[in-house]
Ligand binder design. Structure first.
Ligand code: SF4
Length: 364
């Protein structure tokens, strides 16, 4: 993808995990071919930024060789599998994610953003994360297949769960439902076998930076301000912790597997850090749609805003699809301000400079 700061190259880690050597490769590519920046997206992918067109083929070849990117673009396009990051090797989440990844070539053509969630911890944790076909647990621990946007799903056995998930995706493709683009925009009837009445268990809260993950990984959760880090910082994290692997989450946080848990510069470990309650897209100059800078403003405003802050470079609102307590949207080089709103919603004040906004929230 082309952005204002050059091409973006996206890696979708299998099982939401990168081994130490894979993290090192990514850092090396970000430094050699990109501008060093590495983004963690809200679908738990990692992106290196600022690549020149002439370097993409070489960077891509190295990622394919390492198995981090599919050689066939079609295969890579289908690989939208979100995995609850606190799995243990061999558990149901791990096994079904593994099976689904192996069977993605069986999928029909689907709209580009369609994705799958394997979310089989004690209770769902990916409920608020973008995915269309979900495997989750009911309150009685039964496995459920649920189409995103429906409140209930249909119970499935573990040994048939991926079959049913693929069946539902095939039905979505051939029934005309896929014309809606995403599952939650489709409100027509489902096939009789997929019309479930069982509700998923109440969702678990997302992983919080600062905590140490119990169980299999034994590592620590590290927050990334606005989902952005860079190659030197990520290398420093791996060296300082001595972690064997890194897990990616859709909550702007990384999890180190094993290793020590001392603080590392550039990573948030205080769950009360105000930047964790703020969303901001890359803005100008990284995004060509933006006419304003976003993250520097969000960083200064965050400690002075109560509730959730969203600073968006334009009305598209890439960093946050849902409403925020304070929504600040760039337009024609200035900002609109709205409350309890999404990016681009009708503002209560418009044409604001960063200085006016800082003064409005007492940040001067
Ligand atoms: S919200 Fe607008 S400015 Fe921000 S990244 Fe998306 S398209 Fe670019």
């Amino acid at each position: 993808m082309m952005a204002g700061d050059g091409l973006i190259l996206r890696v979708k880690p299998r099982h939401a995990r990168l081994l130490r050597g894979e993290v090192e490769l990514l850092c090396d590519l970000a430094t050699r071919f990109g501008n060093g920046a590495i983004d963690l997206t809200n679908r738990a992918n990692l992106q290196i930024r600022g690549l020149r067109e002439a370097d993409v083929a070489q960077a891509l070849a190295l990622l394919v060789q390492q198995g981090l990117v599919e050689a066939a673009p079609d295969g890579e396009r289908r690989r939208n599998v979100l995995v609850a990051p606190d799995w243990s090797e061999g558990d149901t989440t791990w096994r079904l994610a593994d099976e689904l990844m192996a069977r993605l070539p069986e999928l029909p053509d689907l709209p580009g953003k369609i994705g799958f969630a394997i979310d089989l911890g004690a209770a769902p944790v990916l409920t608020e994360v973008s995915a269309d076909f979900r495997l989750e647990r009911a309150a009685d621990a039964a496995l459920l297949l649920r189409l995103d946007g429906r409140t209930a799903g249909v119970p499935v056995r573990a040994d048939e769960a991926v079959d049913r998930m693929l069946d539902l995706a095939r039905w979505f493709a051939v029934s005309g439902a896929s014309a809606a683009g995403r599952a939650r925009r489709f409100d027509g009837p489902l096939p009789a076998w997929a019309r479930g009445t069982v509700h998923p268990a109440s969702p678990r809260p997302p992983l919080v930076p600062g905590a140490c993950l119990s169980g299999a990984t034994g590592g620590r959760i590290w927050g990334l301000p606005f989902g952005r880090t860079d190659a030197p910082a990520l290398s420093r994290l791996m060296a300082a912790t001595g972690a064997a692997a890194l897990r990616v989450t859709p909550w702007r946080a990384l999890v180190t597997e094993g290793g020590n848990t001392h603080a590392v510069e550039g990573f948030l470990t205080d769950p009360a850090d105000p930047r964790l309650a703020a969303d901001a897209c890359p803005g100008a100059p990284a995004c060509p749609q933006a006419t304003v800078q976003t993250r520097a403003l969000a960083e200064r405003l965050a400690p002075h805003v109560s509730g959730r802050l969203h600073v968006s470079g334009c009305a598209k609102g890439c960093a946050r699809g849902r409403a925020a307590d304070v929504a600040i949207t760039g337009r024609d080089g200035a900002f609109d301000l709205a409350f309890q709103a999404r990016a681009g919603d009708p503002p209560v004040l418009s044409g604001l400079t960063p200085e006016r906004l800082l003064a409005h929230f007492g940040a001067y």
